[in-house]
Design a protein around this ligand. Structure first.
Ligand code: NVA
Length: 379
């Protein structure tokens, strides 16, 4: 039996690099260790208020038909193959790859407040964020994601034992009071009009955020209020990180906001990708800090590609291996060209079947350790 004395009180250093085992301050420093999600065991969530709000009406049939069942086997196999090859490529680049446990997410569960079944552990970025030597488990806001953390518990325990600071943010009850339950049932135009006025499906009764609504630029972090990240969740985040960091709220003209990493993606100090379909409202903040914002190139994805949970703007959801090297989807040639013209080395990797599960390389990873330390980048 492990005793408390065996837990190391201070971050242990990884011998060859002299870095704490958990150490990451931004999205571009040289990557040393990463968690890559998996689709084995994935279930299609049943419709619930927040999921219904975040789905496009044309996709509702998928959740109505398969909700509570495993994801169709052919989708799982195709995406698992791409994820495994992505892991092999990362390892060949010298990155340590860790994977979540396989869990059967079709298992139903019941809390005092609701009943649901699970979703998946395909997108670690949604639930985990590393800020310095602290790894934070986000509360999340979909009922189908309430127990998602279980797939990462053995990894979190390992990082804790090796000296990391592991924090779990308080989870909302996800009771009916937490949601504006009528929001999802309103016509899309009404929902969009409400979103433009700052009205979202999650209410401010209890903190919630998804880690993927946050993007890290060293001392400065940017977060968006979205359907899954509420104001009191942002307050919790600010207070938890303390004075060492500055958390800025930014917004985009996004009528279905959930996850910032297909809207704003930093590439290296002074250069970030922005989404031309939803340019950041606070562009001046970046310009004043000396950052160039470059418009991402649109996706080459065919219109009939199955996309149940995100837009094709995940073509800009890239993973930086260092400030000069970026993993980009193999068939996104316009994005590849744009990045090469900016001086980057591009590593093309097949990932379109993973898109179908709601994200690309940034979503499907959580960088646990990058070289580098806390720095400021002009803000
Ligand atoms: N919800 C956004 C971000 C996905 C990573 C989109 O669909 O574009």
């Amino acid at each position: 039996m492990e005793t408390l004395l065996q837990l190391k009180p201070t971050p242990s250093l990884v011998s060859n690099q002299q870095l704490p085992v958990v150490n990451s301050y931004n999205e571009w420093d040289p990557l040393k260790e990463v968690i890559v999600g998996r689709v084995e065991g994935a279930a299609v969530p049943k419709l619930e208020p927040a999921l219904e709000t975040n789905s496009y009406p044309s996709n509702l049939w998928f959740f109505q038909k398969y909700g509570g069942q495993p994801f169709p086997q052919e989708l799982i196999e195709a995406a698992a193959k791409e994820l495994n090859e992505f892991c092999r490529i990362l390892e060949a680049e010298g990155v340590t790859v860790r994977r979540p446990d396989v869990i059967d997410f079709t298992q139903p569960y019941k809390t005092p407040d609701f009943e649901a079944n699970g979703f998946y552990a395909a997108m670690p970025r949604d639930i985990l964020i590393v800020v310095g030597n602290e790894i934070i488990e986000a509360p999340m806001a979909w009922r189908s994601r309430f127990f998602e953390y279980r797939a990462y518990r053995s990894l979190m325990l390992d990082y804790l034992r090796r000296g990391a600071k592991w924090t779990t943010a308080p989870k909302p009850s996800m009771s009916d009071e937490f949601y504006d339950v009528d929001f999802a049932t309103k016509p899309v135009e009404v929902r969009y009009a409400l979103t433009e006025k700052g009205h979202f499906v999650s209410r401010d009764t209890e903190p919630s955020f998804d880690a993927a609504d946050i993007v890290r630029f060293g001392r400065d972090l940017f977060v968006q209020r979205s359907h899954v990240t509420n104001n009191i969740g942002i307050t919790w985040l600010k207070r938890n990180l303390g004075d060492k960091f500055r958390v800025h709220e930014i917004n985009f003209p996004d009528l279905n906001p959930m996850h910032i990493d297909a809207s704003l993606v930093p590439l290296r100090p002074g250069l970030a990708l922005i989404n031309p379909a939803r340019p950041c409202i606070q562009t001046d903040l970046f310009k004043k800090a000396g950052w160039d914002l470059v418009e991402a190139a649109p996706s080459t994805l065919p219109d009939n590609w199955p996309m149940y949970m995100c837009s094709s703007w995940v073509c800009m959801n890239i993973l930086s291996l260092d400030p000069e090297t970026i993993v980009v989807e193999k068939q996104e040639q316009p994005m590849q060209k744009l990045l090469k013209d900016l001086g980057f080395k591009v590593i093309p990797v097949d990932f379109r079947h993973v898109y179908t599960f709601g994200g690309s390389f940034h979503c499907a990873t959580c960088d646990v350790r990058r070289e580098g330390q806390l720095e400021e980048y002009g803000f």
